[in-house]
Unconditional design. Structure first.
Length: 402
């Protein structure tokens, strides 16, 4: 299983923050920095991967709350535009909005908002490179209180997350002094986790006066990819592959990779192996029984007709030998003309106008059979060991081969 985490820049002509992950996806303790490899170049230069998740940068999103009115789901997008119009800095038509997972009518829900044109252009870049996006997630989302320092020293960002939303601040230089000023602002969050990327860890500890836990960009994007959020909603759903397809892929991906599903995966593998071994055993037994029956028939043929040296089709060869013995003794045979005509009469066949007999095969011409009588006559002859085939007025009767 391989996964690409792609975080587009604000200016799409700049390099993307993208990572290829091929191991550690089902590790209970999470991703390690060594599990990910940074991807260089444009999306068309990236290696193939089974899944691609696009992560929208925190700076490109704004967060709002709205109470959904009692309207059909297809009208939610229009309703959100009206509800949030006074809170937005741009026209609603220029923005893409996405509801929190599990949003219900009559309840207050988080709404993620970003520039529609930017998001569509980012998807277009991936589509032009032949990349299919399975999921679009926010880099950060409202939730448990935590503070992050991300980026490089020259372009550092402070991201503070809590139940009230997501705060993003672009930090100026000198970094330590700027962070020192933020320490008072974040005083109420001193007990909350502080995470910092390696290039900012020392500055974070000195400026905010508390230890910082290291987190790599790949680990952070991986955490974002585990979110239940999916920004591919409303008119954007089809462009990102459709939410139904994404849900199926996400569920299958979880079953395939998650540690908690490992017993099920082993159980399914064991079941497949057992079924495969069972089928192989059954096929071997059937083959063995068929071979044993063939040997028995050949033994009977050799003991009954020792003059037969080469056995190819034992049943047909035995039938021919029996017929030869009957002819030699003068006994009537099933393939004799008289016997066949007698059987036709007994089966209730209509009068015969023209016939041609040769080697046990009786051709009947100018002999129209009513459609309703064909099946009845064929069944009656089959019970007596004959088969009747043909159509229209041309039919052929012969001894049925075992």
């Amino acid at each position: 299983m391989s996964l690409i985490l792609a975080c587009p820049p604000a200016e799409l002509r700049e390099p993307w923050s993208s990572w290829l992950i091929t191991s550690g996806l089902d590790r209970p303790e999470g991703l390690r920095p060594s599990d990910a490899r940074r991807l260089e170049g444009l999306p068309e230069q990236w290696p193939a991967a089974r899944e691609l998740v696009m992560v929208v940068p925190a700076a490109m999103l704004s967060w709002h709350q709205a109470t959904l009115p009692r309207l059909p789901r297809q009208r939610w997008q229009q309703a959100l535009a009206g509800l949030l119009e006074d809170q937005l800095l741009s026209e609603p038509s220029q923005l893409h909005m996405a509801l929190a997972p599990g949003a219900q009518v009559g309840t207050t829900s988080w709404v993620a908002v970003c520039q529609k044109t930017w998001l569509q252009e980012a998807l277009a870049v991936l589509n032009a490179a032949g990349r299919s996006v399975q999921k679009i997630v926010p880099e950060f989302e409202p939730g448990a209180t935590a503070t992050y320092l991300i980026g490089q020293a020259e372009q550092a960002q402070l991201v503070h997350v809590d139940e009230q939303g997501v705060l993003v601040a672009h930090l100026r230089q000198p970094l330590r002094e700027v962070l020192h000023s933020w320490a008072a602002t974040l005083a109420n969050a001193k007990s909350a986790p502080l995470w910092a990327e390696p290039a900012l860890a020392e500055a974070a500890q000195e400026g905010l006066h508390r230890p910082a836990q290291l987190i790599s960009p790949a680990q952070r994007l991986w955490q974002a990819a585990q979110s239940d959020w999916n920004l591919a909603q409303f008119d954007l759903a089809a462009k990102a592959g459709g939410q139904g397809r994404q849900k199926v892929l996400r569920a299958w991906s979880q079953v395939w990779r998650s540690a908690q599903w490992r017993p099920l995966r082993w159980g399914l593998l064991a079941l497949v192996l057992v079924q495969g071994l069972g089928l192989m055993g059954w096929a071997w037994q059937e083959s063995s029984q068929q071979k044993s029956r063939q040997q028995e028939i050949q033994a009977i043929l050799r003991s009954s007709f020792p003059q037969v040296k080469l056995i190819i089709e034992p049943v047909q060869q035995m039938q021919r030998e029996v017929q030869a013995l009957a002819l030699a003794s003068g006994s009537p045979q099933a393939g004799d003309l008289g016997v066949m005509l007698s059987v036709l009469a007994q089966a209730g066949a209509p009068p015969i106008k023209r016939l041609d007999y040769s080697n046990g095969q009786l051709a009947l011409g100018d002999w129209p059979l009513p459609a309703a009588q064909v099946a009845t006559l064929q069944s009656a002859l089959a019970l007596r060991g004959y088969q009747l085939q043909g159509q229209g007025q041309q039919w052929q009767m012969m001894v049925r081969t075992p």
